[in-house]
Design a protein around this ligand. Structure first.
Ligand code: UGA
Length: 438
């Protein structure tokens, strides 16, 4: 089938490559000429495991190409809209400029029978409004709202093997559903649930899923605050409550909290939209979820200051990790970068390392010293802080590292190290939500 994917950011670039992998003829369209030129050369605009191989494969077979010209969408049966919906500059709501611009530009090339598939994360009510616009601009074309649940770092796998597909439809009898089933035939082959609903519910499934995940993380981080106050250990607590299948252990990792391009802005946009709908009271708890999350960053700075003897002034701090999570080079709203910047602003001399995120971090906060080498970062450090739990940081050898630092003190912002291993090797080990010493 011929498909177009409008917007080649995180979501769109991965979606386009995965649809080509499923055997479709795909054109990815974006307004950024540099991004399109790179993609046509097989260069992913961000770090995502598996994506470069997928791009090379599909570009090679000719099933995938990228363009800056919306006219290239003409002739496709299905058009995915995967543009960004960032937080507005001055308020919490989502900025829908790109979504409306993409749909308006696409309208000029739509034919009756075409299907527009919305994948961007939008405030509830957007899909119905867009469907009226499409019905006006091209009678006979229709809109399906098909939110995406992929995680960065697992984006290819999540797109090719989604745990569920959600279709929001204006009218289940209009045939769009069957065409989308055909697009996803391979992904549906292993009997994955395909859930059909109205537009509003489909839009809410996406934002409520992210709100739930954010709440789960802030819940365990709130428990971490109580653990710190009482001398308890949040990691043991999470393991113990996680055994209850009704609770589950996933997303109960206490630490620096959530960041990235989705969870923080999505909960804020959700609150803003609920307010517009007169249902703001229903989501006031998300304000607390947001503040618990932000408090973890300050607590991490405080803990580092404590380890440094009460002042950060002139202290050499080695920061391990800058990305908002491992297997990503994304530093959008990254708790790690925000803590690293705070440490520096409070007088420390920070050398920060990350295997992938250094270029993005350096663009956002050029004042830090950056390296990709742990050995370089920790040289003569007064304290080492772990802010992103990359596998290579989890498995560091405390004895070897101990020979490079000025003072063997480590603060584990992600609860990803084994305290006894570090303490036995002579280190002062501190972590968020864990007692001072065993
Ligand atoms: C999130 C959702 O998990 C996806 O399902 C969704 O599709 C995506 O947003 C989106 O809306 O596009 P992602 O932003 O890639 O995916 O990252 P997550 O894996 O959810 O992690 C988010 C943040 O929470 C990271 O900073 C991570 O370090 C933090 N986290 C996660 C914790 O602090 N503790 C945990 O137990 C889990």
């Amino acid at each position: 089938m011929r498909l177009s994917v409008i917007g080649c950011g995180y979501l769109g670039a991965v979606h386009a490559a995965c649809m080509a992998k499923l055997g479709h003829d795909v054109v990815g369209i974006d307004v950024d000429p540099a991004k399109i030129a790179g993609l046509n050369e097989g260069q992913a605009p961000f770090f995502e495991p598996g994506l470069p191989e997928l791009l090379a494969d599909s570009l090679g077979t000719g099933r995938l190409r990228f363009s800056t010209d919306m006219a290239d969408a003409a002739g496709s049966a299905v058009h995915f809209v995967a543009v960004g919906t960032p937080q507005k500059r001055t308020e919490n709501g989502a900025d829908l400029t790109h979504v409306y611009a993409a749909v308006d530009a696409l309208l000029l090339h739509l034919r009756p029978g075409d299907i527009v598939v919305g994948k961007s994360t939008v405030p509830v009510g957007t899909a119905r409004d867009l469907s009226l616009r499409i019905a006006d601009g091209c009678p006979g074309a229709s809109l399906v709202w098909n939110p995406e649940f992929l995680r960065e770092g697992f984006a290819v796998q999540d797109t090719l093997e989604p745990d569920r597909l959600v279709y929001g439809l204006a009218d289940p009898a209009n045939g769009a559903q069957l065409i989308l089933d055909e697009v996803y035939a391979q992904a549906l082959a292993d009997v994955r649930p395909r859930l059909v609903m109205d537009y509003e519910t489909a839009e809410l499934v996406k934002v409520s899923a992210n709100a739930f995940l954010a709440t789960k993380i802030s819940f365990i981080n709130a428990m971490a605050e109580v653990c710190e106050a009482s001398g308890a250990d949040v990691s043991l607590l999470a393991d113990a409550i996680g055994h209850d299948v009704r609770i589950g252990r996933k997303f109960l990792n206490a630490g620096l909290g959530f960041g990235g391009g989705c969870l923080p802005k999505d909960i804020r946009a959700f609150m803003a939209r609920a307010g517009e709908l007169g249902a703001d009271q229903a989501l006031t708890f998300l304000r607390e979820v947001d503040s618990i999350n932000m408090r973890r960053r300050s607590r991490m700075v405080d803990l580092t200051r404590e380890v440094c003897g009460g002042s950060l002034l002139g202290q050499r701090i080695a920061v391990l990790g800058l990305a908002f999570k491992p297997n990503s080079d994304d530093v959008r709203d990254s708790p790690a970068l925000s803590v690293a910047a705070q440490l520096q602003l409070q007088g420390a001399a920070v050398t920060a390392c990350d295997p992938e995120a250094v270029p993005n971090a350096a663009r956002r906060f050029p004042e830090l010293a950056y390296t990709t080498s742990v050995e370089e970062a920790v040289q003569n450090a007064d304290a080492v802080v772990v802010l992103t739990e990359w596998e290579q940081y989890r498995t560091l050898d405390p004895a070897a590292l101990g020979r490079l630092v000025a003072r063997p003190a480590i603060v584990d912002g992600r609860n990803c190290l084994e305290p006894s291993v570090w303490r036995d090797a002579g280190w002062t080990y501190r972590a968020l939500g864990r007692p001072k010493a065993a």
